[in-house]
Design a protein around this ligand. Structure first.
Ligand SMILES: Nc1ncnc2c1ncn2[C@@H]1O[C@H](COP(=O)(O)OP(=O)(O)OP(=O)(O)O)[C@@H](O)[C@H]1O
Ligand SMILES: O=C(O)[C@H](O)COP(=O)(O)O
Length: 394
């Protein structure tokens, strides 16, 4: 168990907190602030305890240049609104300069400052020692609460922990508790649903989950690679050709491990990858040539929903259809609804499935929605995340 902000004296100390404020933006405006609101419990706790708070984050991938398209200024404004206080934000390409050092040194208890995008410095993603030291030099304590970036060993997520006492914030604590418990200590039956476009991205997750689950459901684009492995015709459906062999191995593995593996039995096919394309339902082994599967069919929706409803723990990663197009969202809606009604622990592994649950208005019916995309995948793969490994043990 990692130490958290509760386990260290913060009052009167300067605390530097790595958050993941890598929020989606359009024309300079934040389109979804869940990653900012998720960091609030830690920030508010530190303010209440009288710490001097320095926040830092990346935004996008500016690759070591101070591209103002990626400035954290909109995040500073949103933080000010959420906390109802002035946020000191000094925008400089160096991230840390004399003015920043001076301000950090003169912060009063309960005051908050935000550094500019740490990826404006090229050393950040290389975990450069000098930059880690510069960041550490601003504070007495390092708190990591950036779960979404915990799979990166960067200066602000891991390197800095070599120079300061390092503990976790409440978001990382919560993510580890829900994702970790769901996978390591699940109430059974434990069902995992994997979807999304490519098998290649999720092979390690599937391999790891096969060791833990009672049932593995595979839907979405990746199902077609499994059907190819079974020798079916898949028309023009998305295929991860490189990984057909691996899919065949995973099918064999599930069988030998006694894991129930469910694939779609019927699907909705379309002529083109477009919402208004000509579409039809067909059984899985009847995909017409020249058509592609873009959603699961009604029999499959029922099959998957029944399995989910009888589960005590469900982990879901990846949509089972192209839910961004309303005509192919039905299957993903059916799965989301089944999760919302199952009465067990439901954990959404971030990324597109989190967006889908939000879009369907079912987010508050889930036990936990991870703020991590890549980070939650690596966590589900059973990997040790460097941004968590570097924190002090209790
Ligand atoms: N049958 C299908 N054919 C083509 N694309 C599909 C199909 N089913 C789902 N998709 C697409 O897969 C995409 C999501 O795939 P991806 O592998 O990135 O999953 P993800 O949930 O975003 O993963 P993560 O949670 O790690 O971010 C969605 O945009 C969705 O439209
Ligand atoms: O959005 C994410 O997954 C995190 O913020 C990490 O971003 P990165 O993939 O650019 O490191």
């Amino acid at each position: 168990m990692k130490k958290t902000v509760r386990d260290i004296e913060v009052s009167g100390r300067t605390v530097i907190v790595r958050c993941d404020f890598n929020v989606p933006m359009q024309d300079g405006a934040i389109t979804d602030d869940i990653r900012i609101t998720s960091a609030m419990p830690t920030i508010k706790y530190l303010i209440e305890k009288g710490a001097k708070v320095i926040l830092m984050s990346h935004l996008g991938r500016p690759e070591g240049t101070a591209d103002m398209k990626y400035t954290l200024n909109p995040v500073a404004e949103r933080l000010g609104q959420l906390l109802n206080k002035d946020i000191c934000f000094i925008s400089t390409p160096e991230v840390v300069n004399e003015e920043v050092k001076e301000k950090a040194g003169s912060l009063k208890a309960g005051e908050v400052m935000l550094l500019e995008n740490v990826r404006f410095r090229k050393e950040e993603t290389k975990n450069g020692t000098e930059f880690s030291k510069e960041l550490a030099g601003l504070a007495d304590i390092f708190v990591n609460d950036a779960f979404g970036t915990a799979h990166r060993a960067h200066s602000s997520t891991a390197g800095i922990a070599d120079y300061l006492p390092a503990v976790s914030g409440f978001l990382i604590e919560k993510e580890v508790q829900f994702l970790g418990n769901a996978v390591e200590n699940p109430e059974r039956p434990f069902v995992a649903i994997m979807g999304g476009a490519k098998v290649g991205d999720k092979i390690l997750v599937i391999e790891n989950l096969l060791k833990k689950v009672d049932t593995l459901i595979i839907g979405g684009g990746m199902a077609y690679t499994f059907f190819k492995a079974k020798g079916y015709e898949i028309g023009t459906s998305i295929l991860d050709a490189e990984n057909v062999g691996l899919a065949a191995e995973l099918l064999k593995k599930a069988d030998s491990m006694g894991v129930k593996l469910l694939l779609p039995v019927d699907i909705k096919v379309a002529k083109e990858f477009a919402n208004d394309s000509v579409a039809a339902y067909c059984d899985m082994d009847q995909i017409p040539a020249g058509m592609m599967g873009l959603d699961i069919g009604p029999k499959t929706q029922k099959l998957f929903a029944e399995e989910v409803r009888s589960a005590k723990t469900v982990v879901w990663n990846g949509p089972v259809g192209v839910f961004e197009m309303p005509n192919f969202a039905e299957g993903t809606i059916a799965v989301a609804r089944a999760l919302s009604e199952c009465g067990g622990i439901t954990v959404i592994g971030g990324g597109d499935s989190a967006a889908a649950v939000e879009q369907f208005g079912l987010a508050d019916k889930m036990t936990h929605i991870s703020t991590g995309g890549g980070a939650s995948l690596e966590f589900l793969e059973g990997k040790i995340l460097p941004g968590i490994a570097c924190l002090q043990e209790k």
